[in-house]
Design a protein around this ligand. Structure first.
Ligand code: HSE
Length: 291
């Protein structure tokens, strides 16, 4: 039997749509696997009632198939489904690491990225890896077409999760199909700034680099109270604010001494929009860990 802890992640970071991701120190899923003749799944924890236990419809079922590693898989959810905090990626990455150990497949964390990505395809229809890469590798990750790069970074963050659900499929439908050269140049500049900020663990550069004129404005409309929460976080000292993944969670970068105040301001601003929310005061964390 193998038990692992898999972190929540935040993809995109504004300017890095489908490319950037970070592992968060909290929340996390805990996944336990035991060898079996066929794969079975049971799920407990935060939002478990929304997660199918049929292996054909569950992200970890696809991972077990890809590794040819049938098992009984118990998932204890700490990362709420449809949160924008990489819920399915946490389970997929956890299953990939745990089953790789259980069946002694000998694959590296990088080799597990496309396998966990298969699990993502089950829920979003596409095998994008910008959540599974940080869930497996930890730190800040750049999932480009040909290469996945991970960088350790130390940047304080707040992830504020409202009690509303946004499906990744819906959030992908509002992404504009085309954009202007002006937006391309803006995005390259911000993405490069954010990358430098991560390499230097500089919250100001990371916050500046989160600004995005293409995907985030379209998705903000799906999140009740987004503008109020963004302004409240910036007023409380955040260096940058954006939609976390496909939403509805909102991610703020900041200096450590402002984190508590920003978390409270974001929750209050959601309440002003009649939405209950919880805030995770977190930082960039490690990838899946074995117990
Ligand atoms: N990059 C993806 C998106 C992450 O924003 O649609 C969602 O899981």
């Amino acid at each position: 039997m193998i038990t692992v802890r898999a972190p929540a992640t935040s993809a995109n970071l504004g300017s890095g749509f489908d490319v950037f991701g970070v592992a968060l120190d909290r929340p996390a899923d805990v996944v336990r696997v035991e060898k079996a003749d066929r794969t079975t799944i049971d799920v407990t924890g935060y939002g478990a009632e929304y997660i199918p236990e049929d292996p054909a419809g569950n992200t970890v079922g696809a991972v077990a198939d890809a590794l040819d590693a049938p098992a009984h898989i118990h998932i204890d959810k700490g990362v709420r489904p449809s949160s924008g905090l990489g819920s399915s990626a946490a389970s997929a990455a956890a299953a990939a690491v745990a089953l790789n150990e259980l069946y002694d497949r000998g694959l590296s964390r990088k080799e597990l990225v496309p396998i966990a990505g298969e699990g993502e395809a089950v829920v979003s229809g596409e095998a994008h890896v910008d959540n599974v890469a940080p869930a497996l590798l930890g730190g800040f990750t750049i999932a480009a077409d040909t290469e996945v790069t991970a960088v350790d970074a130390d940047v304080p963050l707040v992830a504020c999760l409202p009690e509303i659900a946004v499906s990744t499929r819906d959030a992908r439908q509002v992404v504009p199909e085309r954009t202007s050269m002006e937006d391309v140049v803006h995005t390259i500049g911000r993405a490069a700034t954010l990358t430098a900020g991560m390499c230097w663990s500089d919250p100001r550069l990371v916050g500046e680099g989160m600004h995005d004129t293409v995907v985030t404005p379209a998705r903000a409309d799906l999140i009740t109270g987004y503008e109020l929460v963004r302004e409240a976080a910036l007023d409380a000292g955040a260096t940058g604010v954006t939609v976390s993944g496909a939403g509805p969670a909102i991610l703020a970068a900041c200096d450590a001494e402002d984190r508590k105040r920003i978390a409270a301001a974001m929750v209050r601003a959601f309440a002003d929009a009649d939405v209950q929310a919880r805030a995770y005061q977190t930082e960039i964390g490690r990838g899946v860990t074995l117990y």
